[in-house]
Design a protein around this ligand. Structure first.
Ligand SMILES: [Zn+2]
Length: 352
């Protein structure tokens, strides 16, 4: 990955953006895409939309949600310990013992997630699943008043962890679901050919995916595309304790996945595969036998229906502070999106 693109990814990851609090990541997306897009704008829901070839045909939407999991300040007790709501689908067992940042209007406030030590837990309760209501955030204040001077009810919270290189192109980080997909749609837009492109491309950093595909719903309605590709992460199944009979076979570093099933237009799937094969882009097929939990689901059902596809970056340990992806998979996904766009023509018919 080239330096500029790597810097863009690091900026996306550094920007704290739990669902509903995406302003920092929206700014990063705007700053990067405005150097090559014809237009970058926000809708009233917060979706950031970068456009190339505005009057082209057909209208093509790329969607990569930019929100991440997080927490939200819910209650401060008399001693100044902070209780929180979860934003998105957390594994409660992974929440205690972390460094966190509360993003207050006066700046970041650092803290740790505390719970009763194992030694103080009665043997009969040890090993029981953690519950969010038994975990608090400790910002080392002496009482409620001191805490309230620093943080406010409703402030968003993220883990205090950034991007870390592991080996070769493999990285670990918080919120790679789905900052990596946000990166892919911006890069797909940038890489589309100036000469070949007939479609108009609307590359959207969608908001509020983790709480119900909400930004995809509003942005798809507003853009009114004929064709759309959602980009998200998918479970890499190449680690221990996976049952491939049910989870399928997806490898980190094996290329992006192209999904097949009722959530996807069969002509879009064919065209994605043609685009991958034309450029020798590695890809993996993935089966989904119903509507998916991705933006592709909301987009396909927008208005009278949108011909929708899903391209995913394989990821290990989804919804943990240490998600793992291979950057080459994201790079290949961006090239695939660009080539798909280059191949669209006004006469293309996606009626199955
Ligand atoms: Zn997710």
């Amino acid at each position: 990955m080239e330096k500029l693109q790597r810097d863009f990814l690091e900026s996306l990851i550094s920007a704290p953006s739990p669902a509903g609090y995406e302003q920092p990541v929206r700014q990063v997306y705007h700053a990067y895409t405005e150097s090559f897009a014809d237009d970058v704008r926000s809708d009233v829901h917060g979706n950031m939309i970068a456009v190339r070839n505005t009057d082209g045909n057909p209208r093509l939407m790329f969607a990569g949600h930019c929100d991440e999991l997080g927490f939200q300040v819910n209650y401060i007790n008399d001693q100044g310990f902070i209780y929180f709501n979860t934003i998105g689908g957390h594994d409660a067992g992974l929440v205690p013992g972390r460094r966190v940042v509360i993003h207050s209007k006066n700046g970041p406030v650092v803290g740790v997630t505390g719970r009763k030590a194992i030694h103080l837990t009665p043997p009969s309760d040890r090993g029981k699943p953690a519950k969010i209501e038994n975990i608090w955030i400790d910002i080392a204040v002496s009482d409620k008043q001191e805490a309230e001077a620093l943080v406010n009810i409703g402030d968003p919270i993220t883990y205090d962890v950034g991007l870390q290189d592991l080996r070769s192109d493999v990285v670990a980080g918080r919120a790679l679901d789905n900052k990596i997909g946000t990166w892919v749609v911006a890069e797909g837009l940038r890489r589309a050919s100036t000469q070949q492109l007939q479609a108009s491309i609307h590359a959207v950093a969608t908001v509020q995916e983790e709480i119900g595909l909400r930004g995809a719903e509003t942005s798809a309605y507003g853009i009114n595309p004929a064709v759309a590709i959602a980009v998200d992460v998918t479970h890499a199944t190449d680690h221990p304790n996976i049952t491939k009979q049910t989870a399928g076979d997806v490898k980190l570093g094996g290329g992006p996945t192209i999904s097949r099933g009722p959530n996807f237009n069969p002509r879009v799937v064919e065209k994605l595969i043609e685009a991958a094969e034309a450029l020798n882009i590695p890809y993996q097929l993935e089966a989904a036998s119903r509507g998916t939990g991705t933006d592709a689901n909301a987009i396909q059902l927008s208005r009278a229906g949108v011909a929708t596809g899903l391209v995913s970056v394989p990821l290990r340990y989804m919804h943990t502070p240490s998600e793992v992806v291979a950057l080459d998979d994201a790079d290949a996904a961006a090239t695939l999106l660009a080539e798909f766009a280059n191949r669209l023509a006004p006469e293309d018919d996606f009626t199955p």
